[in-house]
Design a protein around this ligand. Structure first.
Ligand code: ADP
Ligand code: ASP
Ligand code: MG
Length: 829
């Protein structure tokens, strides 16, 4: 005998009834011996609870709701069957609704809804759906019979969550089934009855339990729970997009998963099956060919330590605190007994080893009552101040990592906390069963989605990591970056196992977001047509609220205003990658603070492109320092524009013409005076000096400008060129003077002995800066190790494409800080 159970969605609509019916028919064809358990149609139990509550407060609108419930059921039978089956169906439904209506009328009149009446009212859901299924199958010429399970499943009188008397239930079930051995028995799920034949229910989601109780009683070969997902998944698929179906679990793992919120199976279901070693399959009505999940004694013997990360979204914790509890035996047992006596389910317990406090979690609806129970139970202790306080903490969630193999795998807890820490998630309470089948954590509800997703990534998806980008600035660099991400997207997934998603894009006018990743093919259209109005505060707030794993703020602007948000962004555990120099070259305290915060929060602040675009200048310098070298001198040509100008400034050409040529080639700032002032170079060498460890400010830099003040005081660019022409002669003289000494003109930034100078110099052929082309940058590091010949980094140091490539490389480099995994399903497939 196989017991097959169809859940609410599997009978939630006409189409779904047909799908479930087709599965039954196929089993008949295959000559399988089976019985069926049916849940109430999707949402019907909830609706019955609502109408009952409405009636109890004399809200007459319940009548309308009942009418539509009835119509819903009638519509199903009318479309599923014809002829005598339809007639019988209509009569059955009418009869049930008459009974239901008169019950509700009673509740309406007495203005009271007892748990007893509530259970009776709820029973209609399953009674109706399983009757419909029976008639539908009969119409399909399948010999079957409806069994109202209230006649076989016997329970105590705990309405709403009745406890099963297995001995009696087994006897009755066996008896009935032996009478119907030639027929397929179609049973109502969820409902049962007391000794006095009063209707009870088995707790919400209890139809799974019904299947297991029947399987237990009949010593069935297996149980099949047909639902709307392919099986038990690594996490709740509504919260974790990448959750995947687990092929096999042990009973204990399944029990832990369901106890901690994996709704796919109702927790009490496991025990009866476990005790008789009956395997449970979870199957998908809407994808019957999928293998499903098998739950049995053996489980999955592979090494994967963690099997799932279930969660309970809403919990409240209660803390019982008091120094008088230390060493006093029996407090905990009294506490939990008093709660159990009132049927309060305690989800998690932790006690500090000092016994100074006991913390436990309950569902929010039980919280107030729990507090009252404790106050009553410990009235004396409270008045004597043995117990000082009993307080509640709300808006919390629990998540658990589950797996029988955790106990054999070191490092699981380390990874757990490392992952949460890196994502800025604070753990409020922890409980680890001594069995080590689960570690459960209480966290703020606000962090739940991020926590499960990041843990899911850490424990299951080491083969693919996701980085979530929030981009600001879509000028040349930003646009080029988006293009590179788009072009490399697939490649990175395959080669680097890295998924780079752009979640937000903004310029200073508009912004767009997509939590699933913006379609980069169309980002220009989207920002043009479907954007929101820009606001930096809104953008940052949204970025924080999304609370995604591995978030990165990429600033491709040169805005000073944005830089003032950096501390806040890093403090919110969001990394920053930027070519914007202003953060690192403004006040030293800001530079220092940003580094401190990023270190403290375990997030990255990366800015290689502040100096020399994509060239590895800052990294090289950091590597030298980290490896213990000592920096003696740094010299550099750090402006691509000025490099171009002096590389092309030859005898016979006017200096002003070369500047204009550079501007025409797009190599200068829109206003070339900005480049010629040399401030950009000043900022770059200042950043390098700070990397070396010097606390220098911009005013400490000695800048000898290339041109006199009057060139820069011009009212506009044209006037500047006019003024510049007047200086062509002086510039040519400088050039010729250098040439005469077989030297070249170079605009060099130098850091030596904690002093920075930026000036135009003559260099001879032996100098590493003598041979330079185009708009190349060059930096030479003279260090203790590189004292004879300096270490030189040289190459294209300007331009949108090389800069964005540098930013892109830093984004990819983030993935190296991710935790490496030892075991994944992927590895073993
Ligand atoms: P049924 O009505 O068939 O009993 P339920 O709604 O009770 O179905 O349970 C199935 C739902 O459980 C799925 O649709 C899914 O959203 C949810 N769920 C939560 N956690 C998990 C998990 N770890 N694996 C699979 N499903 C889960
Ligand atoms: N119909 C009941 C409920 O919604 C039982 C079930 O679906 O398993 O809780
Ligand atoms: Mg269910």
């Amino acid at each position: 005998m196989i017991v097959i159970k169809f859940g609410g969605t599997s009978v939630g609509s006409l189409e779904n009834f047909r799908k479930s019916g087709a599965i039954i028919e196929s089993y008949v064809k295959k000559k399988k011996k089976f019985c069926v358990v049916v849940s109430a149609m999707h949402q019907v139990t909830n609706k019955l609870i609502t109408v009952a509550n409405k009636a109890s407060i004399q809200d007459a609108s319940y009548l309308e709701d009942v009418k539509s419930l009835k119509e819903g059921h009638l519509k199903i039978i009318q479309n599923l069957t014809k002829g005598k089956w339809l007639e019988e169906g209509i009569t059955t439904i009418e009869k049930h609704f008459q009974e239901l209506e008169s019950l509700l009328n009673g509740v309406f009149l007495v203005k009271e809804l007892s748990p007893r009446s509530s259970d009776l009212i709820q029973s209609f859901g399953e009674r109706l759906s399983s009757n419909i299924m029976t008639l539908y199958m009969r119409y399909k010429k399948i010999s079957c019979i409806y069994l109202d399970t209230r006649s076989v499943i016997k329970t105590d009188g705990t309405f709403g969550n009745a406890k099963v008397n297995f001995r009696k239930t087994e006897l009755l079930t066996k008896k009935i089934f032996s009478q119907y051995s030639d027929k397929i028995v179609i049973c109502s799920g969820y409902i049962a009855s007391t000794e006095n034949d009063e209707t009870t229910t088995l707790g919400r989601g209890g139809s799974d339990y019904t299947a297991s109780i029947i399987a237990y009683s009949l010593r069935a070969k297996s149980i099949e729970i047909w639902t709307d997902v392919d099986g038990v998944m690594t996490a709740d698929p509504r919260k974790v997009k990448d959750a995947y179906t687990l092929p096999r679990l042990t009973y204990i793992e399944a029990m832990e998963m369901s106890h901690f919120g994996a709704k796919v199976i109702y927790p009490p279901t496991i025990q009866p099956a476990f005790s008789k070693n009956i395997p449970i399959w979870i199957k998908n009505t809407f994808n019957p060919d999928a293998k499903g999940t098998l739950i049995d004694k053996k489980g999955d013997s592979r090494k994967l330590p963690v099997k799932g990360i279930p969660c309970i979204e809403d919990i409240t914790i209660l803390n019982v605190v008091g120094s008088g509890m230390i060493g006093v035996p029996g407090i905990a047992s009294r506490l939990f007994r008093s709660l159990a006596d009132r049927n309060i389910n305690v989800i998690l317990i932790t006690q500090s080893s000092s016994e100074h406090s006991i913390t436990f979690a309950v569902t929010p609806k039980d919280a107030k009552l729990s507090q009252e129970i404790i106050h009553k139970e410990f009235a004396q202790e409270i008045s004597h101040k043995t117990i000082e306080d009993v307080y509640r903490e709300e808006n919390l969630s629990i998540l658990a990592i589950i797996g029988e193999n955790m106990k054999n795998t070191p490092g699981v807890t380390g990874r757990l906390f490392q992952t949460l820490g890196r994502n800025g998630i604070n753990v409020i309470a922890i409980a680890q069963g001594s069995s080590e089948y689960n570690i459960s954590l209480v966290i703020n509800k606000h962090h739940l989605t991020k926590a499960i997703n990041s843990l899911h990534e850490a424990f299951f998806l080491s083969h693919i990591k996701t980085i979530n980008i929030f981009l600001v600035g879509i000028g040349l660099i930003g646009t080029s970056l988006l293009q590179q991400i788009q072009e490399q997207y697939e490649h990175l997934i395959v080669r680097n196992k890295l998924k780079i998603r752009v979640i937000g894009i903004t310029n200073s006018k508009k912004m767009i977001f997509d939590i699933d990743g913006i379609e980069l093919k169309n980002w220009k259209d989207t920002i043009e047509n479907n954007s929101e109005e820009y606001g930096m505060d809104t953008y940052i707030t949204r970025m924080k609220e999304y609370n995604l794993t591995n978030p990165v703020f990429v600033d491709c602007t040169s805005s000073l205003e944005l830089v003032h948000h950096y501390e806040d962004i890093l403090s919110s555990n969001i990394s920053i990658i930027t070519p914007n120099k202003l953060a690192n070259s403004s006040d030293y305290t800001l530079y220092e603070n940003l580094h401190k915060i990023s270190l403290k929060k375990g997030v990255k602040f990366l800015y290689e492109t502040n100096v020399g675009a994509g060239l590895p200048i800052i990294r090289t310098l950091q590597d030298l320092i980290y490896s213990g070298d000592e920096i003696i001198k740094i010299e550099g040509i750090l402006s691509g524009t000025l490099s171009y100008i002096f590389n092309n400034f030859k005898k016979g050409t006017a200096f002003s013409d070369i500047v204009r040529e550079a501007q025409e080639k797009g190599l200068t700032e829109p206003d070339p005076r900005e480049d010629l002032k040399g401030m950009d170079v000043v900022r770059k060498i200042l950043i390098l000096s700070r990397e070396v460890g010097y606390k220098l400010e911009i005013q400490d830099v000695i800048l000898k400008p290339i041109l006199p003040e009057e060139c820069f005081n011009t009212p506009n660019i044209e006037a500047f060129y006019q003024e510049l022409k007047k200086h062509d002669r002086i510039m040519e003289n400088k050039l010729l003077l250098a040439r005469d000494k077989r030297k070249k003109l170079r605009f060099i930034a130098k850091l030596e002995k904690k002093k920075i100078t930026v000036s135009l110099q003559n260099v001879n052929i032996k100098h590493p800066f003598y041979n330079l082309f185009g708009s190349d940058n060059i930096v030479s590091f003279t260090t203790k190790r590189y004292s004879q010949r300096p270490l030189v980094v040289k190459g294209p140091g300007a331009g949108a494409e090389v800069t964005s490539a540098g930013v892109f490389a830093e984004i990819i480099s983030l993935s190296s800080s991710f935790i490496q995994d030892n075991y994944t399903y992927e590895d073993e497939k």
